[in-house]
Design a binder for this molecule. Structure first.
Ligand SMILES: NC(=O)CC[C@H](N)C(=O)O
Length: 246
């Protein structure tokens, strides 16, 4: 390179998989494509793919595990070597992996309120989650979440638009097992107590409340379903984190 040539970072090819055994994988893929439109300035060429086999997983640099039913997802993965290879992907190769709702449960080290006989997990996030914390499907709800880490609304400088969190039989972190290495990214004001007290509005707030988003190194978990919104801001943020980690 001569002094007159501008220095540009080499573009990287990044293949992001979405585990497609059950649940909201189509929705995640659609938001990934939407998010990538906003990331054209990054030195990365993204490709997005469904993952159903160990071979498909091996081709991925990062992975999303969608919401759905965690017991079903792990039962299907355990029929082949996929479950073991998912553990290897997350914990040995330490590739960026993001789980939403059922995906969050699967990425946790321990889960309470599991079906009789327990359930197989992938692990990687040193937390114990409580499954179906807010109750059954009929007790599903939405809440405005303040997520300071996602790109703020472009409409007005400094104005932060909340993220609409969709909670369907959602887990929360009952216990952080991993000490300081687990980063709490969002909490939700204790909704169960509020409902008992006859108040219906739940809000996010810093510091206390139920932990609904946590990260430990390469592993990220969220209790709610960004894939069931049209808002690609979390996908956008996570993809830029994936690029930064590579
Ligand atoms: N919406 C969801 O992903 C629900 C998760 C479900 N509670 C499970 O255990 O898998």
């Amino acid at each position: 390179m001569t002094a007159s040539q501008p220095h540009t970072a080499p573009r990287r090819r990044i293949c992001v998989g979405v585990l497609a055994l059950q649940g909201g994988f189509h929705e995640h893929l659609s938001l990934l494509h939407q998010a990538a439109q906003h990331l054209k300035s990054l030195p990365a060429d993204f490709s997005f793919t469904q993952v159903r086999t160990s071979e498909q997983l091996a081709a991925c640099d990062a992975l999303i595990i969608p919401g759905g039913e965690s017991t079903t997802i792990s039962l299907i993965a355990a029929q082949t070597d996929l479950l073991q290879n998912l553990r290897d992907f997350v914990k040995v190769q330490k590739k960026p992996t993001w789980g939403t709702c059922a995906g969050f449960i699967l990425l946790s080290q321990r889960a309470n309120a599991t079906k009789k006989g327990g359930q197989e997990l992938i692990g990687g996030l040193d937390v114990c989650v409580h499954r179906n914390h807010f109750g059954r499907q009929i007790e599903s709800f939405e809440a405005d979440l303040d997520l300071p880490f996602i790109p703020s609304s472009s409409e007005k400088e400094g104005e932060r638009r909340p993220f609409r969190g969709v909670f369907i039989r959602a887990p929360v972190v009952e216990e952080v097992l991993g000490g300081d290495s687990v980063e709490v990214l969002a909490t939700l004001e204790n909704r169960v107590d509020r409902m008992r007290a006859g108040q219906s509005q739940a809000q996010t707030r810093g510091g206390s409340g139920d932990i609904i988003a946590a990260r430990q190194g390469n592993v990220l978990g969220m209790s709610f379903h960004p894939e069931l919104t049209q808002d690609a801001r979390i996908h956008q943020w996570w993809l830029s984190e994936v690029v930064a980690r590579r």
